[in-house]
Design a protein around this ligand. Structure first.
Ligand SMILES: Cc1ncc(COP(=O)(O)O)c(C=O)c1O
Length: 423
């Protein structure tokens, strides 16, 4: 049986049925910002593997870090054991986030679970029984139980899983636009805090860009207000920077747009440069001290592959590479190319709005029926994007060449114009 037949019979793909309802591209290999297909075609990568491959694929520094580590120690349990790579990675994370206490885990969703558990333990350690979270409409924080429960209630999996999910408190999403007036959503937020602060352990949000729940870019003023209210009511601010972190919005972390520090931050995706599954939950010293010095004493979580040395070594190499590179300049250039070239689409009837920030360019259509047609067109022209619903978007590696980026944007624009012409 050829491997594609095996895949079709036995392999479940994300958000899909078995066999897959959508076409799957058979990929043979990747290099830099290119994807090479089994049938000989070559695509420019406009997705950076769901925001993760920030340096492109097969970077020699990252490959070398893994090759070296595999001979030394591919894995070791982390219970009762310490190793240099975990310490070194944690110190780098502390230095760049300004936080203190690092919990390394397997995936973004798991780091969100750990963040929620930590917030509950912190409140408990202070003698408060607070088991609810405040979250935003249009939020996306992952696919595990706790993470799903703080995702948007309508546009996510809430409805499928029904009463399996714990019930939390949701507030109006910040208005679209980095410079938009966000006074209405701030007013709602103030109300939510006033009405619910006694039951909420933390307020979880994706800073500046709500990703999978709508690719919504919003005003840093909202974030500043969120910080202020969390401090006022002793509610922990949990910044989920899994998607926005490591430079995607033009700052190392999106919280920097508002010049605020969260109490807890979650990181993933770009953490290992898109090489391996690893995430981190990082807290202030106050939080780890409060839990550790209380009767509770311990953070009850411990994945088998916690602090995997291979993942740690590639994460260290990725962060060092990022810090040494002119990434701000590269991301700015990407932002300019998206800004200049997506604008013309806003005149089209099919297009609801276009928006971009950092390495992220988004076109929101008026309905979701054209995604497959647009994707097929882009692939036929040698560009890989994967729209979801009404959102046609691209997030690229910071190392992409100007020519390749221009080709991605030009092809997306052409695809949408074609759809408008044909419908
Ligand atoms: C903001 C945010 N949080 C959490 C997650 C979940 O991360 P993972 O897919 O690694 O579990 C994602 C994934 O897209 C995300 O965008």
């Amino acid at each position: 049986m050829n491997w594609l037949e095996i895949d079709r019979k036995h392999v479940w793909h994300p958000y899909n049925s078995l066999p897959s309802k959508t076409k799957l591209l058979a990929v043979k290999r990747t290099d830099k910002t290119k994807i090479f297909l089994e049938d000989g075609r070559e695509l420019i990568d406009g997705m950076s593997s769901w925001w993760s491959a920030i340096h492109g694929y097969n970077h020699p520094r990252l490959n070398e870090a893994l090759k070296k580590q595999v001979d030394i120690m591919p894995h070791i349990m982390f219970g009762g054991i310490a190793h240099e790579k975990a310490a070194h990675l944690s110190k780098l994370l502390v230095d760049i986030t300004g936080l203190n206490s690092v919990f390394l885990c397997d995936s973004g969703s798991v780091s969100v679970e750990v963040a929620l558990k930590t917030a509950i333990l912190y409140q408990k350690a202070k003698g408060k029984e607070k088991y609810k979270f405040l979250a935003l409409n249009h939020a996306y924080h992952g696919d595990t139980l706790g993470a799903m429960s703080v995702c948007d209630q309508i546009n996510s999996m809430h409805s499928i899983y029904g009463s399996y999910l714990p019930k939390h408190i949701f507030t109006k999403e910040p208005e679209l636009g980095f410079d938009s007036d966000c006074s209405a959503s701030i007013k709602e937020l103030e109300k939510s805090f006033k009405n619910h602060h006694e039951e909420i352990a933390g307020f979880i949000l994706e800073p500046i860009v709500q990703g999978a729940g709508g690719m919504r870019i919003y005003n840093p003023k909202y974030l500043k207000k969120a910080r202020e209210l969390c401090s006022k009511y002793d509610v922990l601010l949990i910044a989920d920077e899994i998607a926005t972190g490591f430079g995607h919005t033009g700052k190392m972390f999106a919280c920097e747009h508002a010049d605020i520090k969260p109490d807890i931050m979650t990181l993933g995706k770009g953490l290992t440069g898109g090489y391996m599954t690893m995430a981190a939950m990082i807290t202030s010293k106050n939080i780890s001290d409060t839990i550790s010095n209380s009767q509770i004493g311990v953070l009850m979580h411990g994945p088998t592959f916690m602090a995997n040395p291979l993942a740690c070594s590639v994460a260290i190499a990725s962060i060092e590479l990022l810090l040494e590179s002119p990434w701000q300049k590269n991301v700015k250039k990407i932002e300019t190319i998206f800004s200049e070239n997506l604008k013309e689409l806003s005149k089209l009837e099919l297009v609801k709005s276009v928006r971009n920030i950092g390495a992220i360019g988004v076109i929101e259509l008026i309905d979701d029926s054209y995604a497959q047609e647009i994707q097929d067109y882009c692939v036929s022209k040698g560009v890989w994007i994967r729209p979801f619903g009404k959102l046609i978007y691209s997030i690229v590696a910071y190392t992409i060449s100007e020519n390749d980026l221009r080709k991605i944007v030009k092809t997306m624009v052409e695809a949408i114009k074609n759809v408008e012409l044909n419908n």
